[in-house]
Design a protein. Structure first.
Lengths: 543, 463
């Protein structure tokens, strides 16, 4: 890998100045490298981090077809990586005008990495440096422990998609301590919700009661309130004392749980395994936000390369070249999803709608189509709004909040599906729905979403019991065996996993399951099953 | 509907014979149960949508800089296949299942003869959602789209079975994804023979005497070699000494007086003799009916690639192959690529395929010049559920074939019952009477690679 030449670097610095003037915020330093095919071969298995730890699987062709993006959330061919300084990669023969466009795109990404709150946990250190230290640690351990290091890496990677990313984020962004006392916080946050598991109605009733006591007794309100509480929940005081004594236990993800509680890992001869597991875990957490902001990140970068390129006076005369590449990147396909196009259109529409004041009650209440079309309250706050969104949103709430009927209509979007014409053996693609609700649902369904695995913290005996929270999808069955094998190894005792699977007669894809009398597809019947791994033997029992 | 009526008739006929309760219920289940031959439905991850098939399929390097995925192979990482396999053996010793697969991702190349790409692959298993099950109640599904068109309007079509293309179960991102090692099938055959201890073909009478090389001490060499040919050496020594005048007319008086030049020593050397007398014709027959979708097809094609490679090695490339696909009709396809990639649809009649093989052999008079092997892969469903049409064709085939190997990839949802093909072949007794010629192997459609290789051993092992 070589740095780009001085000529290109100078262009990049010019781009930075213009981007800053437009409102983007990022560190002064950045590194740009020219990469060859051979560099890419080495970089792509390591998610473009040159200093990532070595692992033999990186050297083998990995079969990713099934659930490629679920298995590998990190983009293997990313142009810019979120390190400090940010590192970006270039072809060696790009013309200057193209480099200008790419530089703006890259700066859009860097701005996003360094300002979006879902990347908050990556702001305080440089991954490239951290990864190098980890790589050396693993190399040293490998010299001592040999292939066992690779087994630990393998088994930990098997569960590294279950890392507690949101938990890690929330420790960084604790909201400021509220006025209420600790006793009050414990009562409402933990006692009612986790110990008593009250219904939302009951919860709201308790809040109302608390407020009424506050109003009635002013400063003594809380004391009176808890006097009442103890009458209703006699165990409250005891529970609160126990909580004060033990402190609040943060919720651990599976890797953390193994590190903290595994009898096997806590033997002194196995302590070294924990540091390997930590490396795998922290690497995985680092990459979690990328896939959760794909649409926003690409949309934001595309928005800025378009805006800034057209204003840049240095490359006049290349507008047509630019248009060709740009439209290729940001065209909305007739059928399919292009995150660049979708994100760019969303940012542009949001800016336009906000400038016209359309995110207002007044506009929402308008029923007349012509009036809606010409509505403009000259609010002109669109620019501010898209910067706020860039800071506070991820793909899920970006789609949830802003893919509305106006947006869908503006860009003629629809949900496409296909059906089989059996006689001619062709797929017919057709317009399934033009409603924003369906389009939003379709987008949601295509977002990255790893399964949630709960750990039963009160296991029977030494067995580790895991529960897959059912969300209408089974787990990939082929993968259960080896994953649980690894967990059993790290836990040192049997492991059980509870999950749901479709009953045998409904295990076919929806299209081929056939239809019931009313022409509706036959619904799937779900069975609850428990997989149990003991002595490296997997058993499956129907519950 | 015709199908059901036929079957009902068949069932009625069978009613008159004596049926065991198990047979009865199996037939009932087959008739009324879930085993319907559905049209092939590929999963959503198929390649027809290009880079926009998924939100996460596109990336900056490709979109902005037109850089393709890097090309190379495991050899760039200074690892040999043998090293990888050694690591795998060590895993087995440590009590963990093997991780390297050599056969899963082999792709025959189009129009490249026996060229097959071998990619050692592995999977990193994780607990992830299986997206092919979406509950229709939730109203989800579908893809993004844009442009003109009313709800319900058809906006385009794509063939289910694209002729001459399609990536099948293959690796990578399509045609230009050559980030694989190129290796001929011959090498894969060697690996299978050496690393996985597949047997060498045994001599089975004149017809299938298939030793590829014989090592014989037939060649002679002067000066050095493996075995001194005493008679020839003595003759040369005498010739030399006569020329030198050391030998008079009375003969040799004192042999120790003879001069022995180094060039006079004649040795026999070990030489490799190719045996050209045998050659093989292999018929690969694959069920591509609708029920074969998914893993069953994957299993069969990968086993057939391995058998093909192994035979290629065993016969020192003197193998000719024919490829036949069948659903209710049989068709011959020109090359392994098409055979490998053709997608599934339609119903199942095993008879059609066997008949085609028999007809080809007969018309082209192949039995005279070739050792004929037939390998058939199926999920064991057959509309001819008693084998009434199939068995006569199979018997005909056994008259000339050196080996018929049938692999049945049993569906996971099939329950415990034996498949139809397995049942009627077992009942026919052919496996006993023609045990040296006919082999049948059943495995679950999710069988791991070791099991597939084990299956090859069953199919090809000498009687």
């Amino acid at each position: 890998m070589e740095l780009i030449n001085q000529h290109s670097k100078k262009i990049m610095e010019g781009c930075k100045e213009r981007a800053r003037d437009a409102g983007l915020r990022f560190d002064d330093q950045s590194l740009e490298y020219v990469v060859t095919n051979r560099d890419m071969l080495e970089l792509s298995p390591k998610v473009m981090i040159p200093t990532l730890y070595d692992y033999w699987v990186h050297d083998v062709e990995v079969l990713k077809e099934k659930g490629k993006y679920e298995l590998y959330p990190g983009n293997p061919y990313e142009t810019v990586i979120n390190t400090r300084p940010a590192i970006s990669f270039y072809n060696d023969n790009n013309p200057d005008w193209l480099n200008v466009m790419i530089f703006y795109h890259v700066l859009g990404h860097i701005d996003f990495f360094q300002n979006n709150l879902f990347f908050r946990h990556t702001w305080d250190y440089d991954l490239a440096g951290q990864a190098l230290a980890d790589k050396r640690l693993i190399a040293r351990l490998r010299a001592e422990k040999g292939r066992w290091v690779d087994y630990v890496i393998e088994f930990t990677r098997g569960i590294d998609n279950l890392v507690g990313y949101y938990g890690a984020l929330s420790t960084l962004e604790q909201s400021k301590a509220t006025q209420e006392s600790k006793r009050c916080n414990y009562f409402f946050d933990l006692f009612l919700q986790q110990e008593r598991k009250v219904t939302p109605t009951e919860y709201v009733a308790e809040v109302a009661r608390y407020n009424s006591f506050q109003e009635k007794f002013k400063s003594r309100g809380e004391a009176h309130f808890f006097a009442e509480v103890v009458k209703q929940y006699p165990e409250f005081e005891g529970a609160y004392r126990a909580y004060r004594k033990n402190g609040h236990q943060p919720k651990l993800d599976l890797i953390e749980h193994l590190i903290a509680h595994s009898p096997f890992l806590n033997r002194s001869e196995n302590e070294w395994m924990k540091s390997v597991m930590q490396v795998v875990r922290s690497t995985s957490i680092y990459f979690q936000p990328q896939i959760r902001t794909k649409i926003m990140n690409e949309g934001w970068a595309s928005y800025w390369h378009e805006t800034l390129f057209l204003k840049d006076e240095r490359i006049r005369g290349h507008e047509v070249d630019f248009a060709r590449v740009h439209s290729n990147v940001t065209s909305i396909p007739r059928v399919g999803l292009n995150p660049y196009a979708l994100g760019l259109r969303l940012f542009q529409s949001i800016e336009e709608f906000e400038d016209k004041g359309r995110y207002s009650l007044e506009f929402q209440r308008l029923a007349d189509a012509t009036e809606r079309k010409h509505y403009d309250s000259h609010k002109a706050t669109g620019h501010q709004l898209i910067f706020d969104i860039r800071e506070n949103y991820n793909d899920f709430n970006f789609i949830n909040d802003f893919v509305d009927q106006d947006f869908v209509d503006q860009h003629q979007l629809f949900v496409a599906d296909r059906r089989l014409d059996e006689e001619r053996m062709v797929w017919q693609y057709y317009v399934k729905s033009r409603s924003a609700e369906d389009y939003r649902q379709m987008l949601m369904d295509s977002l990255y979403h790893p399964p949630t695995i709960e750990i039963d913290v009160r296991p029977s005996g030494s067995e580790l019991s895991l529960q897959h929270v059912f969300e209408g999808k089974p787990l990939v069955r082929d993968f259960i065996q080896n994953t649980l094998l690894g967990v059993e190894f790290l836990w040192g005792a049997p492991v059980a996993l509870e999950t749901h699977e479709p009953a045998p007669n409904s295990s076919l894809p929806a299209e081929s399951r056939g239809h019931d009398g009313q022409g509706k597809p036959v619904p799937i019947q779900w069975n609850k099953v428990i997989y149990r791994m003991e002595d490296r033997q997997l058993t499956r029992t129907l519950v | 509907m015709k199908k059901t009526t036929d079957k009902q008739q068949l069932l009625d006929q069978l009613e008159q014979q004596e049926l065991s309760p198990e047979q009865r219920s199996a037939l009932e289940r087959e008739l009324h149960g879930e085993a319907i031959h559905r049209p092939f439905v590929p999963t959503r991850q198929d390649n027809t949508l290009g880079p926009f098939a998924s939100l996460y399929a596109s990336n900056d390097l490709q979109m902005l800089q037109a850089m393709s995925a890097p090309q190379g192979s495991y050899t760039t990482h200074i690892r040999t296949l043998d090293e990888l396999l050694e690591r795998d053996r060590q895993r087995e010793k440590d009590g963990f299942p093997r991780k390297i697969q050599v056969g899963r991702l082999i792709k025959p190349q189009q129009g490249a003869g026996d060229k097959v790409i071998v990619v050692p692959t592995t999977v990193e298993e994780k607990l992830i959602h299986d997206n092919q099950f979406s509950d229709p109640e939730s109203g989800g599904g579908g893809q993004g789209g844009s442009g003109e068109g009313d709800e319900g309007e058809v906006i385009g079509e794509a063939p289910v079975r694209p002729e001459g293309q399609g990536e099948g179960q293959g690796a990578g991102e399509g045609k230009d994804a050559a980030h694989e090692v190129e290796s001929s099938a011959y090498d894969l055959g060697r690996i299978l023979t050496e690393q996985f201890e597949l047997p060498n073909l045994k001599n089975k009478g004149k017809k299938s005497s298939l030793t590829q090389y014989t090592y014989e001490l037939t060649d002679r060499n002067r000066g050095f070699g493996q075995l001194l040919d005493k008679k020839a050496t003595l003759r040369r020594v005498l010739e030399t000494n006569i020329a030198l005048g050391n030998v008079d007319e009375d003969g040799v008086k004192d042999p120790s007086q003879l001069l022995i030049a180094p060039r006079d020593k004649v040795y026999r050397v070990l030489s490799r003799e190719k045996d050209y007398e045998s050659q093989a014709m292999v018929f690969f027959v694959r069920d591509y009916s609708g029920s074969m979708h998914g893993k069953a097809t994957e299993l069969v094609v990968s086993q057939h690639v391995m058998i093909y490679s192994w035979l290629l090695y065993q016969f020192a490339r003197r193998v000719e192959t024919r490829f036949i696909l069948h659903d209710t009709e049989a068709r011959e396809v020109p090359d392994f690529h098409t055979y490998y990639n053709m997608q599934v649809a339609g119903g199942t009649r095993v008879m059609a395929a066997y008949k085609m093989v028999n007809d080809i052999v007969e018309q082209e008079n192949l039995a005279r010049d070739y050792n004929i092997y037939v390998f058939h892969g199926t999920d064991g469903d057959d509309w001819d559920s008693r084998g009434k049409e199939t068995l006569p064709e199979l018997k005909r085939m056994l008259d000339y074939a050196s080996r018929v190997g049938i692999t049945i990839a049993e569906h996971l949802y099939g329950g415990d019952r034996k498949t139809q093909v397995e049942t009627y072949i077992n009942q026919s007794g052919l496996l006993d009477t023609h045990g040296d010629l006919l082999r049948l192997d059943s495995m679950g459609e999710d069988a791991p690679e070791e099991r597939i290789i084990e299956g090859i051993k069953t199919l090809i092992s000498p009687s």
